[in-house]
Design a protein. Structure first.
Length: 596
């Protein structure tokens, strides 16, 4: 097999296997290269049946029987056990680590799924006591009852659909049902955790609850890495099956950002009696690392006959039972009515068009002249001057706020605009656009002086000792003690010397992944000239829904239309393990199996 055309990491992997497993034939080694590349792309496994007859990197995949025989004779593939580098399970081929994470996660989720200890009658009485007629929105009413009826709940919904308000109602009811409940709020990043705490505070103010119940509701949220006790010198968290978390109820926001490994570690650390509530938007980008677990779980929705009856008893709402319910289906609910975007919102209409794959309709909206939408079509070269001119207007206000050296004021101006790019390199990439903002617009030579007043930075690594987490954003300001980087934390502003910061980047421009879990007044999305597989509907949707008030799209209409039309997915076996007929495969029409 020729490894010259493989990415370096995959080529090294194949060569290592060739050296240590001399009996492996060319077909098995080529398959190892395929698995490595797909894992790097975020897929949990390779479904061999979907690849048969296709050509990849010069190899045409044979019939399943021939293919599996080659793999099992290679010396590096085991069947349904992580005893070798790769694992073959029900026609799916995994890196052993990912197989173990998926198998363990499925087993623990099935154990966790099931009815809570609270009877439907008791739940109904508590909800009536707390809220009278609970809510006008039947979906939110059903979501609250669902979360109280089940030990594992998934609440899916887009921005502004009331997920936090819903869970605040749930937690107040849980405290009424069991006053000594120890409830913990968590999120994947520091920014998402801070937003969750803020949103929970606003939701509590609207509930009209008595002071005793309000005081029992949690006020802070922490990152999952801090919750699990990850240490810089270890990939294994402090908390796990042998040392479970000390809690009764765990609520995780922005759960779509969790990769398979983190998801598995989180569920493994739950005590046997715990309740888990997951909030997220399954239409958003999948996690950076392998897996798309939240979306996989959200697709398990469907009440059993017993589940529909219990929901009716608890809420008086009638929902049809599914003909093929999964083991998790009773605990899955969806919110669809957005309260952030009203009927006249161009941003809301744009997000809906993107979610439905209507690229032409989305472009028509952008061209419609709505005050909250802007469209800057053209190549990267054509839009460059307009982009720099508009950015200069924004940075003029930012310079003034930075000169005042007041963190809250500078942060307020910085939050007005978020510039996003799907790529790191190239004329519309994060690195180039950040350099333009620094050198052409701020006049700084970062090669000589990397830190300067006004430099925003995003943390790229967890630093528990400093109280900083991957994704936290700070602003550099000048003061009596020189330059310091200021971060807004749950306890207020904290300042750090630049030399103390963990790995970080300039943050005038962020990748779409880095912006997940954040909101900004205005979002600009910069698109490259050339289409790429990573440009898909979920990426564009995630970028657009970071905006509270206004969105501008910069770039090629063809690139935008192709991205919205592409519904990429990630291959996994989780749904099969959970008993669903949905295999969680990407749409066949949008997947090119000949590419690596």
């Amino acid at each position: 097999m020729n490894t010259a055309t493989l990415p370096a990491f995959a080529a090294e992997w194949v060569e290592w296997l060739r050296t240590h497993c001399p009996v492996a034939d060319a077909l098995a080694l080529a398959t190892a290269g395929l698995v490595a590349v797909r894992a790097e792309e975020g897929h949990v496994c390779v479904d061999l049946s979907q690849e048969v007859g296709q050509t990849w990197n010069g190899t045409t995949w044979p019939a399943i029987e021939t293919w599996q025989a080659s793999l099992l004779a290679s010396g590096f593939v085991a069947q349904e056990a992580p005893t070798m580098p790769l694992v073959l399970d029900a026609g799916r081929l995994y890196v052993a680590r990912l197989w173990q994470d998926e198998a363990e996660l499925a087993r623990r989720l099935l154990r966790l799924a099931g009815p809570s200890a609270h009877t439907p009658e008791r739940i109904r009485a508590v909800l009536k006591q707390l809220y009278g007629r609970l809510v006008e929105d039947e979906d939110q009413h059903a979501a609250v009852a669902t979360a109280l009826l089940n030990r594992l709940t998934i609440i899916a919904g887009g921005p502004g659909t009331g997920k936090t308000t819903t869970v605040a109602k749930v937690l107040a009811a849980l405290i009424t049902l069991k006053p000594d409940n120890h409830i913990v709020l968590a999120a994947p990043t520091g920014k998402a955790a801070a937003r969750m705490a803020e949103a929970m505070g606003r939701a509590k103010d609207k509930l009209g609850l008595d002071m005793l119940t309000l005081s029992a509701l949690p006020e802070e949220a922490i990152t999952l890495h801090r919750l699990l006790g990850y240490r810089p010198d270890s990939a294994t968290p402090r908390h796990g099956p042998e040392q479970p978390l000390a809690l009764d109820v765990l609520v995780v926001d922005e759960a779509s950002m969790l990769d398979l490994s983190l998801f598995a570690r989180l569920v493994a650390a739950l005590p046997a009696h715990a309740t888990l509530i997951l909030l997220g938007d399954d239409e958003q980008l999948a996690s950076v690392e392998a897996g798309n677990v939240f979306a996989d779980l959200a697709r398990q929705a469907g009440l059993s006959t017993e589940g529909a009856a219990r929901l009716h008893q608890a809420s008086n709402l009638r929902r049809a039972a599914s003909a093929t319910p999964s083991a998790l289906g009773n605990g899955i609910t969806r919110l669809s009515k957005s309260r952030r975007f009203d009927a006249d919102s161009g941003v809301g209409a744009l997000a809906a068009a993107i979610r439905q794959g209507e690229g032409k309709g989305a472009i028509e909206l952008l061209q419609s002249g709505r005050s909250d939408l802007a469209w800057h079509p053209g190549t990267e070269r054509q839009i460059r001057a307009v982009f720099l001119r508009e950015l200069e207007t924004h940075l003029a206000d930012y310079r003034q706020a930075v000169a005042a050296a007041e963190p809250a004021a500078a942060w307020a101006v910085f939050q007005r605009l978020c510039i996003l790019s799907p790529v790191r390199e190239g004329p519309s990439g994060v690195e180039q656009l950040n350099r333009q903002a620094e050198t052409q617009l701020l006049g700084h030579d970062t090669r000589r002086r990397p830190f300067y007043a006004g430099r925003p930075v995003i943390v790229r690594a967890n630093a528990p000792g400093l109280g900083l987490a991957n994704g936290d954003i700070g602003i550099t300001l000048a003061g009596p003690d020189g330059l310091q980087v200021h971060f807004l934390t749950p306890t207020g502003w904290r300042a750090f010397l630049p030399s103390r910061l963990p790995r970080h980047d300039t943050a005038f421009v962020l990748t779409v992944h880095q912006a997940q879990g954040s909101e900004f007044n205005t979002v600009w999305l910069m698109l490259p000239d050339e289409d790429a597989p990573l440009l898909d509907r979920t990426l564009v949707y995630t970028a657009v829904t970071r905006a509270r008030q206004r969105v501008a799209i910069w770039g090629s209409a063809a690139t935008f239309d192709q991205a919205v039309a592409r519904r990429a997915g990630r291959v996994s076996g989780l749904a099969k393990r959970l008993g669903s007929v949905d295999a969680c495969l990407p749409d066949q029409a949008s997947t090119d199996p000949t590419t690596g």
